[in-house]
Design a protein around this ligand. Sequence first.
Ligand code: HEM
Length: 158
Amino acid sequence: MSYEITPTVKGEHVDFKNPNLAFYEAVGGEEGMKKLMYSFYDKIYESDIANFFPQEEDEFEAIKIKNTKFFIQICGGPKVYEGEAGGMELNEFMVRLHDDFSIYEKSRIEWLGTMGEALDELEGVDAALIDDFWNYLENFSKLTVNTFADGSKYYANL
Ligand code: HEM
């Protein structure tokens, strides 16, 4: 698969569409999503953005669990992340959660590249569904970029 990445433009409105429920079903529902996201996070810890994440094992595990729940729900699966977002719309909550970290375009590219490696491990999932999932990630991740090469900050709104 070739995973295209288009640049984040500071202040530009970002259009995105939540992933397709068929992707969640094709990976194997809750268990399949868990496998995908645990593999992703294991790779994150070997990546150039490992320093963003807690190094302590229990905290690492907690993030894997929450991350898996988020992706289950954002694909249209069971609402297992609902309680974490405190009533906020899920994507909006996710953008605000990332405000606490100084995320550069370079960090986003590393994050996406790592996700691409995890997606490459999927077997028997229709390429069009992977593309659709990728499109969500590629676009949505622009909203997590909040720190720019000139050192300025910009916190995107949906
Ligand atoms: C499509 C884009 C992204 C999505 C959907 C996403 C999703 C998530 C989710 C679901 C969590 C766990 C939330 C929770 O604690 O309840 C999380 C945490 C986090 N993400 Fe992302 N993320 C994205 C992009 C990025 C990027 C580009 C970075 C760059 C470094 C990043 C860094 C982090 C960090 C540092 C944490 C929290 C770790 C902590 O709590 O200590 N994320 N993200």
